[in-house]
Ligand binder design. Structure first.
Ligand code: AMP
Ligand code: MG
Length: 529
């Protein structure tokens, strides 16, 4: 028998809910959530779970196989103490205000408290809610497996992220037109139970501001600071009036959100992660990576690369633009807060803080990646030069750094990087330039105070050996769709220690194979699946 879980559902207790309790698609006003039941599914079956997340929640391996829990994780019923609801938010999508969005397919199970830590639990793909608009509230196996694996991989890379407890197949098909080309197909349905201290997004605040629900906006800000920033705000020396937080508090808090967002994005840039849909409804107030959809990982270095087919034209959310877009999103959040304040000077200062924190986080990440002791004048230029060469020569970003670590500084040879090139032509054409750059780099490293061993340690800590390349996820998906979840479990295991070479796992540390270059799921992904 499972020990009872402890829930303390502050969101629904302290914030107003929708008075309508029928589940139909509509515009909702003057509240933050709507009560809704998950729609039961035929046959929930546990495909994988994260033992680390289970243990954060006080669940043992045995608990994870408890039939009641598995049913609950598939949306069939709720355990004692749980309360199920969907929240109301809006957002800017691809640069435009989209009005009400909300949890169209995520249903909360409540706030679980374990060892003094609070976790919101959500089932993604558990059926329609009042916010489902024209969609079905479901998720397919491929997108659920991608969210499950990547959120755990990001955590183990040391990147702030929401987590995933479980991946459950529903035994029910879901219809999807994967390429939006009028060819819908049946795909297996699945549900991820995701976990975070808070799933509150920028869009929650934006929607209240856009609807002039000022009193509720204030209260919601007070609630969020009190519940989700409880470890931060006492250090500000400011007092928190939860019903009516003061200007100084709102400004200080916004500055904190800017800093967290900057740190998150600097990490993405460090490891080559491209979120793919950085709409303001996909931005977490805690600075967590959230809403894994058409994300991707950089193979050959290319700042203009986007995995999202919907974004192929504008490339708004390509790799290189992520810092600018994060700032743009923070500006939209500032506008929402500004509706409560007589002047917005303090918010502008918060945005400048984003620039400072991002610069510091990025330069220290780059210093780590290149194994430098500190960031010095001239480093920026040298690093730009090699990134430009990597792009033109089609060099794999991950392999470049893991191999650069092996460079003999007293006798730098291009051959250590050979495997990182995608084409023979790139090697021929740019080999001399890159060799010259390696010489320049070696001189820089020789001036550094780090020993060879220290340099290699720094580089190992900043440069992952294993990342969830798009084709690796796709291979796991293809096998899982045939009923074989062994690859999924292997990847979950390997990605637990992404910075450490693991015996027998060499195949997961290779550059993208040729067949995956332009294949669906490997280089092209669609938005909401
Ligand atoms: P996304 O692009 O996944 O961030 O989703 C944007 C909005 O659409 C959010 O409000 C989602 O909850 C909603 N949404 C996405 N997919 C579905 C779906 N299959 N059913 C209902 N709502 C959805
Ligand atoms: Mg979303």
């Amino acid at each position: 028998m499972m020990k009872p879980l402890v829930f303390d559902n502050r969101f629904i207790r302290e914030l107003p809910g929708d008075r309508i309790t029928d589940n139909y698609t509509r515009q909702v006003s003057d509240c933050l959530w709507s009560a809704v039941q998950p729609t039961p599914v035929k046959q929930p079956s546990l495909l994988a779970y994260s033992a680390e997340v289970a243990s954060l929640l006080g669940l043992s391996d045995e608990d994870m196989h408890d039939p009641d829990l598995v049913q609950t994780l598939g949306g069939n019923g709720a355990l004692p103490g749980m309360f199920t609801y969907a929240t109301r938010y809006g957002g800017h999508q691809f640069g435009n205000w989209a009005g009400q969005l909300g949890d169209g397919r995520a249903i909360y199970l409540g706030e679980l408290v374990h060892q003094q830590r609070r976790f919101e639990l959500q089932l993604k793909g558990a059926g329609e809610t009042p916010y489902s608009r024209r969609a079905d509230g479901r998720a397919v196996l491929r997108s659920s497996l991608r969210e499950f694996l990547c959120s755990e991989a990001m955590h183990h890379l040391g990147i702030p992220t929401t987590r995933a407890l479980s991946l459950v197949t529903t035994g029910e098909p879901v219809v999807r037109d994967m390429f939006y080309d009028g060819n819908p197909e049946f795909e297996p349905g699945a549900i991820v139970c995701r976990v975070a201290p808070s799933f509150i997004r920028f869009g929650h605040f934006e929607l209240l501001a856009s609807r002039n629900e000022s009193a509720l906006l204030k209260r919601f800000i007070g609630f969020t600071i009190d519940r989700d920033f409880a470890e931060w705000w006492p250090g500000t020396g400011l007092l928190l009036d939860v019903d009516n937080p003061g200007q100084g508090m709102i400004e200080a808090w916004f500055t904190e959100i800017c800093a967290r967002t900057a740190i998150m994005v600097a990490h993405w840039m460090r490891v080559g992660f491209v979120h793919g849909v950085m709409n303001t409804d996909n931005m977490s107030i805690l600075g967590l990576t959230i809403d894994y959809g058409p994300y991707g990982w950089i193979d050959n270095f290319d700042p203009s690369w986007t995995p999202n087919t919907t974004d192929a034209q504008g490339r708004r959310y390509c790799y290189g633009r992520q810092p600018d877009i994060a700032r743009w999103n923070l500006e939209r959040l500032a506008e929402a807060f500004a509706t409560l304040l007589p002047e917005s000077n303090g918010l502008s200062q918060g945005l400048s803080h984003f620039d400072t924190v991002y610069f510091d986080a990025l330069t220290s990440a780059l210093a780590g990646k290149f194994g430098l002791d500190s960031w010095q004048a001239g480093d920026g230029e040298a690093i730009n030069d090699i990134f430009e060469l990597m792009q033109r020569a089609e060099v794999d970003q991950t392999l470049f750094f893991t191999h650069l670590r092996q460079l003999d500084i007293s006798n730098p040879q291009l051959s250590v990087l050979q495997q990182a090139f995608y084409t023979e032509q790139g090697l021929q054409q740019f080999g001399d330039d890159i060799q010259a750059w390696l010489q320049r780099y070696s001189l820089r490293v020789q001036q550094s105070t780090l020993s060879a061993e220290q340099r290699q340690q720094r580089m190992s800590a900043s440069n992952p050996v294993y990342v969830l390349r798009n084709y690796l996820a796709q291979e796991a998906i293809d096998l899982a769709a045939q009923g074989d979840n062994s690859r999924l479990l292997t990847l979950l295991q390997v990605l637990r220690q992404p910075y450490t070479e693991q015996a027998g796992m060499q195949q997961f540390a290779q550059k993208r194979p040729d067949w995956a270059r332009n294949k669906a799921g490997c280089s092209m992904l669609s938005c909401s699946s």
